[in-house]
Design a protein around this ligand. Structure first.
Ligand SMILES: Nc1ncnc2c1ncn2[C@@H]1O[C@H](COP(=O)(O)OP(=O)(O)O)[C@@H](O)[C@H]1O
Ligand SMILES: [Mg+2]
Length: 334
């Protein structure tokens, strides 16, 4: 398989900040690479360099074999960029937005209109196609933005946090759309701060934090390598939370996560089932009543916590984590 995206040694510094400290990324044809990292990790910086919008201090990028720094226009014709709604003009209708992009690409009137209609259909926006896009929901705008990136049917798609701030249903719809595109042969680089998104969509995951790649592998490989089984426990009486915590931390040697509202605790189970048995015995000895207890396989969230020392944002809290729409990088290559 040949790499449709290949980035080597990307470095980008802003005065005091090293946004990227030497990142390598490879995306074989027809696959999805998830670039996973918290806010400020350097995801957008990498995306902007790869999509010709920003010149790196050091490093090289090839898109479909085209050197992005040497031939940016040619590279641009092979990629579609979608992120942060930026390509959408909210005063135009969905149809007009797509038609405008087609005309910018030099399509004649008939071809441009036909492509706009086709894309509205593909993204379930036909009914809304003649409404100004400022009346669209967040999910509809994201779909329109992605549709705009697809007008010229580029083989490579770069999606910068395509579902940040979306409600779960819109997120699921977007995932389905992305899966369809990959099934039809697109190569995708996707940035996300959601483990679940990387888990569901990405063939391969690169985890970055503070401009550096800290792990690389499939979701399963990362879980095996960096995750541990966890004991999860719900105490029957909230007054026992503190005592249960001490028991679990003694058994585990790790730090417990405690959710007081749900009376739930969890710790790494270093020795798997043996740790669980141990915990049960001690809880019983201390007469701590338990309404639920079990062993859970690691999730990518656990991996992330292990790697970075901090949990990721929950999807529901992440509205506008990208800042307002219409920032400068918005004028994506079309
Ligand atoms: N134009 C800029 N000037 C100064 N610092 C920047 C600029 N763009 C990004 N940064 C900094 O670079 C780091 C990475 O930012 P970014 O790539 O936007 O991260 P992410 O997309 O993962 O949230 C952050 O610390 C950010 O503040
Ligand atoms: Mg970003």
């Amino acid at each position: 398989m040949s790499d449709m995206i290949s980035a080597r040694g990307l470095i980008k510094r802003y005065k005091s900040v090293t946004a990227l400290g030497g990142i390598d990324l490879s995306v074989p044809e027809g696959t999805v690479l998830g670039l996973l990292g918290p806010n400020g990790a350097g995801k957008t910086t990498a995306v902007r360099i790869i999509s010709t919008l920003l010149i790196p201090d050091e490093g090289t990028v090839e898109i479909a074999g085209v050197d992005v720094l040497a031939e940016p226009d040619k590279a641009r014709s092979r990629l579609g960029l979608s992120g942060q709604n930026a390509a959408v003009d909210e005063y135009l209708t969905g149809f007009e937005n797509l038609d405008m992009v087609g005309r910018l690409y030099g399509f004649n009137r008939a071809r441009s209109r036909a492509r706009a209609t086709e894309l509205l259909e593909m993204f379930s926006l036909s009914d809304a196609g003649n409404r100004p896009s400022k009346t669209y929901s967040g999910g509809m705008r994201r779909r329109l933005d992605l549709a705009a990136a697809l007008v010229a049917a580029p083989p490579v798609l770069i999606l910068d946090e395509p579902t940040t701030g979306l409600d779960p249903r819109s997120r699921n719809e977007m995932w389905a759309v992305i899966r369809d595109l990959v099934r039809d042969g697109s190569t995708v680089l996707l940035t996300t701060q959601y483990l679940e998104e990387a888990d569901r969509l990405a063939d391969d995951i690169v985890v970055i934090d503070q401009g550096t790649s800290i792990a690389h592998g499939t979701a399963d490989q990362l879980k095996d390598q960096f995750g541990a089984d966890r004991i999860e426990l719900v105490v029957a009486d909230p007054a026992h939370l503190g005592a249960a915590r001490r028991v679990l931390e003694t058994v585990s040697g790790g730090t417990a996560q405690v959710d007081e509202d749900s009376r739930e605790l969890s710790v790494p189970a270093v020795e798997g089932a043996a740790s669980l048995m141990d915990a049960l015995r001690q809880l019983d000895a201390e007469k701590i009543a338990v309404s639920d207890i079990g062993l859970r396989r690691p999730t990518l969230d656990d991996v992330f916590l292990t790697l970075t020392g901090h949990a990721t944002e929950k999807a529901e809290d992440a509205d506008n984590a990208n800042g307002p729409a219409g920032t400068t990088e918005a004028k994506a290559p079309r």
